[in-house]
Every structure is written in C-alpha cells, then in structure tokens.
Design a protein around this ligand. Structure first.
Ligand code: BES
Ligand code: MN
Ligand code: MN
Length: 456
C-alpha cells in the first residue's frame, strides 16, 4: 500500500483540478441571486466528501444556506477531530478590477486566481484531500468529523443554531480550521487568536427632502457633513476609540506576552511598499503588528449619500449613511460594544439631525493556548512540512463560530491556516498558492498522526 505522502504526490494534478471545479461554482452567500449556485456548491462538496471516503455525508438544510456534514469514526475510543470550513465566498465586486473572471479559475506563476481560492475553498478542500489520502493508505489515526458551512461570510447565524442543536453529533476533542494565513511561505506560523466583531449601519437624516445647496446651503445642516463630524469624533488624538467604556473589558497583554509576539518577523518598509502608502496610522503606544491583531479598531467600511453620478449636481441631501465595523479583542463582548456604540451615537447626534443605528451581525474574539496537545501536534506537523518551527501569532480577522465552538461544545480550535495576507481575500484577484495548497494537504495528516498520539 502507498504511503500517505506517496498518495498525495501521485494525485497532485487531480487534487488541483478538483479544486478548480469547485471554484467555478459562484457560491456567494450574501447575494440572493446566487442561492441556487450556493445549493449546487453544497451538493458538490457532499459528493467530494463521499468520494474521499467520509460516511453519513449529508446536506443539512437551514433557514439559510445548507451545511455539509460527514464523518469517519474508526474507533469511538480514539480522539476525534472536528474539521470546520466554509464553501461560501464573498461577492466578487468590483468585477472590472479582476485580471481574469472571478469564477473562471486560472493558474498563473504557481498561483490559483479565483474568488474563494484562499478563503476558503482552497483551504477547506485540503482537508477533504488529506482525509482521502489517509483513508486510501490505511492511515487515518483517529476519528474525523467534517462540517463545511455556507454562511461564514454572512455571520454563521444558522450554523450557530445547528451547533446548539447537534452537540452530541459534533462531540470531539478539538476543532481544526484552515481559514487564516501564515507569515510567509518560508516562515510558517499558527494563529492563536482571532478578533471579534461588531458591525452596524448608521443613517443621518437632516431636512425632509433634498435641497438646492445654493438656496438652503449655509442655513440647514448637511447630513453628510454632520456624519463626517460624528465619525471623526469617534477617534481621539491618540487614535484611541472615543466611545466611553469602549476599552473597559479589554484584557491587556502582559509585557512578556507582547515581547513574545514581537519576536515574529515583520518588515514595516515592505508592508508599506506592498500597500502603496508612505506612512501608517494606529493607536499610540502599540506596534503595527499589535494594531492589526491584539488591539480593537473602528473602521468605516462604506459611506454614501447625496449625488455620486457624472458631473456636478448642486444638492444638499436629506440623508447620509455609513457602515461601521469594530474589531474586538478579549474580553470585549460584541453585544455590549454594539450597545455602547448605539447609545453613544444617539447621544452625540446634534439637534439639527436625527440618527438611526441598525446593528448587523457580530461575533466574539477567541484565543487558543499554545501549551495544549493539539497545539503541539499542529506545531510538529508544520515543522515537519516546512522544515521550520511555526511562530505563534495573533490574527486580526474574525471567525465568529470559533467562540461558539468553545461555548457550546467546550472545544478549543487550532487555526491551521496556509494562506498569506497578500492573497487578496475579499478583494479583486484573490489567489492561493499551489505550494500552499499542497503544503496544507501534506501537513494535515501529520497533525492527525501527532494528535492521535498526544491526545491520549
Ligand atoms: N477567513 C476569514 C477570516 C480571517 C482571514 C481570519 C484572515 C484571519 C486571517 C473569514 O472568512 C472572514 O472573512 N471573516 C469575516 C467575518 C464574518 C463575520 C463576515 C471578517 O473577518 O471580516
Ligand atoms: Mn474564511
Ligand atoms: Mn472571508
């Protein structure tokens, strides 16, 4: 019988082509016009999981997009790994900025270009192929449960309900997720934390109709001007968030923990060059790496109002709106921060406008200890695959279901991600390295092997 590694190397071309087929399905969860494509993608994932040798594979319907679940129990006495991933993707817009169509994957210079290539189809599919390789070579050393959802990019609300309703079925010893990035292809790292999220929309209304900006301008408050004033008041001189109580629950890291994180290599010049900026801006007293991982943020994600068509139209608009996200850190609670924001924003609204604040989805931050058998297994698996011990880092993104896995199933998560921050996830020309894809497929069976031994 072939070895796990032998199977992987021999099947490399097929593994790549199967991923390309999956990337051709536009499974955009946010936009209802893709609903049948999302459903078709769930069916495709189910079929692939069955072909890989998983059992009891099922497309579980929800109030929204379906969840695909399958498992292989080799021995109930052995440890169980719960693999989670998502087959839904972000909308591809703006389409005109893509060099090739987002759902017609191309491989160029070793990179797979397509929406979802890195986030998360290319990463969850590594697990399907790793399981195939283990099952085909008699090398599955512990039990595996696999749950791939279709609503991660829209907040995982229905998955939350599914987890609460299926605690027994999902019982495991650890959660394994590949949906994050590492420092570089020659600098492997493992995320030991994710930020939480609070997301809202604000609407500022002034006069009851759009006005001529000459006839009324100067006498009546312009909602766009007011919205800009309100938004700029949300940060102080030190770029701290000026909402009373915002930092109250923040668990500050010790000097030792910060020193540990600072050991990760980071080239600020290269970072700025890559982004095309001459300077950076962040909270006083913290480093760039800290700004983007262990500190909370407030950002406007979109802002609109008034006339945005061709040419000039003189108008003093009736309304202005913005979408605002706050990234949260332990132990800030999403609901509490949302409430703080709503109250504060209502309070600072001047009498010449009315404001409406509408909360969207949120999620809690999460941290993973580095002294657990699961972390050690992940670290060893990465070291064997890359020839270097991975560096623990804190991630800046959010995967809200991770905190729920801990709360509902009592499970810690290993963020076994193989992407790079430069993969352009959520952006035009998203891509994922063939190298990264294959390294993931090689590393996952090594994690299973170590975990089976260490978790006993
Ligand atoms: N995979 C990302 C999260 C991520 C990316 C974490 C890179 C760490 C490094 C995930 O699909 C995502 O985009 N999450 C959303 C949150 C969700 C509620 C829309 C996010 O972070 O904005
Ligand atoms: Mn993702
Ligand atoms: Mn995403």
């Amino acid at each position: 019988m072939a070895t796990v590694d032998g199977h992987i190397e021999a099947q490399k071309d097929r593994f790549l082509n199967e991923l390309l087929d999956l990337l051709r399905i536009p499974s955009v969860s946010a936009d209802p016009k893709y609903k049948t494509d999302v459903a078709r993608c769930a069916e495709a994932v189910k079929q692939r999981m069955e072909e890989a040798g998983l059992e009891k594979v099922e497309v579980c319907t929800t109030q929204g997009h379906p969840i695909v679940y399958g498992e292989k129990i080799i021995d109930p006495a052995k440890p169980t790994v719960l693999v989670y991933g998502h087959y839904d993707v972000q909308p591809p817009d703006p389409l005109e900025l893509w060099d090739s169509p987002p759902f017609e994957p191309v491989v160029k210079n070793g990179l797979i270009y397509a929406r979802g290539s890195a986030d998360d189809k290319g990463q969850f599919y590594m697990h399907v192929k790793a399981v195939e390789a283990m099952l085909n070579t008699g090398g599955l050393p512990c039990n595996v449960k696999m749950m791939i959802e279709g609503e991660e990019e829209v907040g995982s609300t229905n998955l939350g309900l599914f987890v609460k309703a299926n605690k027994q079925r999902l019982a495991a010893d650890v959660v394994l997720i590949s949906d994050t990035s590492m420092i570089a292809n020659d600098t492997p790292s493992i995320n030991t934390g994710l930020r939480g999220l609070s997301y809202l929309e604000v609407e500022v209304t002034g006069p009851n109709r759009d006005l001529h900006s000459g006839v009324y301008g100067g006498a009546v408050a312009n909602p766009i001007n007011v919205l800009c004033d309100l938004i700029s008041s949300l940060h102080d001189q030190d770029r701290r968030i000026a909402i009373p109580g915002f930092y109250d629950a923040v668990r500050e890291l010790s000097a030792g923990e910060r020193a540990e994180l600072a050991k990760a290599p980071f080239d600020e010049e290269a970072y700025m060059n890559d982004l095309g900026v001459k300077a950076l801006l962040g909270e006083k007293g913290y480093t760039t790496t800290e700004h983007a991982s262990i500190r909370p943020t407030l950002d406007v994600n979109g802002i609109w109002g008034g006339y945005i068509g061709e040419g000039a139209k003189t108008v003093l608009p009736s309304k202005a709106s913005a979408k605002i996200s706050m990234r949260l850190v332990p132990d800030q609670k999403s609901d509490a921060i949302t409430r703080l924001f709503v109250d504060h924003f209502q309070k600072i609204a001047p009498p010449y406008v009315t404001v409406k604040v509408t909360p969207h989805h949120g999620g809690e931050a999460a941290v993973t200890p580095t002294d657990s058998p699961a972390y050690r297994a992940a670290s060893l698996a990465m070291e064997e695959t890359f020839g270097k011990k991975p560096i623990p880092t804190r991630g800046g993104g959010s995967i809200p279901i991770v905190a729920l896995f801990e709360q509902e199933l009592g499970l810690k998560t290993i963020l076994f991600g193989f992407g790079l921050d430069s993969d352009n996830i959520h952006s035009p020309n998203e891509h994922y390295g063939v190298f990264n894809y294959m390294q993931g497929i090689r590393a996952i069976p090594r994690f299973f092997a170590h975990f089976a031994k260490l978790a006993r």
